[in-house]
Design a protein around this ligand. Structure first.
Ligand SMILES: C[S@@+](CC[C@H](N)C(=O)[O-])C[C@H]1O[C@@H](n2cnc3c(N)ncnc32)[C@H](O)[C@@H]1O
Length: 243
């Protein structure tokens, strides 16, 4: 997508909506991550508005964050408990924070917001350098199998059809580059609003190799936060890497 930069996807309007967005599996995610973190500290890459970091910190674990979007971090700061999370504004591929962590994690497919394989590999390497000896890196991401079922490598889906607004999700896939270009489009009397997002996806096995390059190994892989088995029907995976 020409002229796209990731921070475009997370401006003020999205950040305001995001602050209240819940997927419904947050308790299981926090339960799982809390067990991995032990006494901490933990670091969330792409912490956003704190959907996961805030309830994790509420369990008494120190949680730091990295995010590229000042708008998302402003919403985190405006939420009770947000002031306790130390956030560095920057690119999470760099892991631009001092110290080491018992747990570093990146959720909701956000590893794929790093748009090149090099950036994703760099992320794994930097994460490895910021883990304690017994520390782990947890990644939650989709399994790209659904892309094989697309017709002509694209789709347009009606997300909402209301009397005063239509919301569409429009997506194109390029298998050669492993890129997904997507836009959430709102049509209403107020005009047309676009929310573009681009991702470079990877299969779980590619992530495992990135981990190996960084000196880490796959320790656990689940089909979800409730430790569902990972198998050929899994749409998502929760993978845990360590030394
Ligand atoms: C889908 S949101 C997820 C936020 C949070 N992790 C959650 O689960 O609610 C993606 C977040 O990634 C951040 N982001 C995207 N690319 C980034 C990058 N290269 N470095 C740091 N943050 C990035 C965005 O600003 C946004 O806050």
């Amino acid at each position: 997508m020409k002229d796209y930069t990731p921070v475009m996807s997370f401006g003020d309007e999205v950040a305001r909506e995001y602050r209240h967005l819940r997927r419904g599996d947050e308790n299981s995610a926090v339960e799982f991550l809390g067990r991995l973190a032990g006494r901490g500290p933990a670091l969330e890459l792409a912490v956003g508005t704190g959907r996961i970091a805030l309830p994790l910190a509420a369990r008494g674990i120190r949680v730091d964050g990295v995010d590229i979007s000042p708008a998302m971090v402003a919403q985190l700061r405006a939420t009770p408990g947000g002031e306790a999370i130390s956030v560095t504004i920057g690119d999470f591929a760099d892991v631009p924070v001092p110290g080491t962590f018992r747990l570093i994690y990146v959720v909701w497919n956000t590893l794929f917001n790093l748009l090149t394989q090099d950036d994703q590999v760099r992320c794994f390497k930097n994460v490895a350098e910021h883990l304690t000896d017994d520390g782990v890196f947890a990644v939650e991401a989709y399994v790209p199998a659904f892309l094989h079922r697309l017709r002509n490598d694209q789709y347009a889906e009606a997300e909402a059809v209301l009397v005063d607004e239509v919301r569409l999700d429009v997506l194109r896939h390029d298998m050669a580059t492993q890129m997904i270009e997507e836009s959430h489009v709102s049509l209403s009397a107020a005009g047309v609003r676009l929310n573009p997002v681009v991702q470079r996806y990877a299969w779980p096995c590619e992530l495992d190799l990135m981990a190996r390059i960084a000196g880490l190994r796959l320790k656990q892989r689940w089909g979800g936060w409730k430790q569902e088995p990972f198998d050929s029907t899994s749409g998502t995976h929760v993978s845990v890497y360590g030394r």
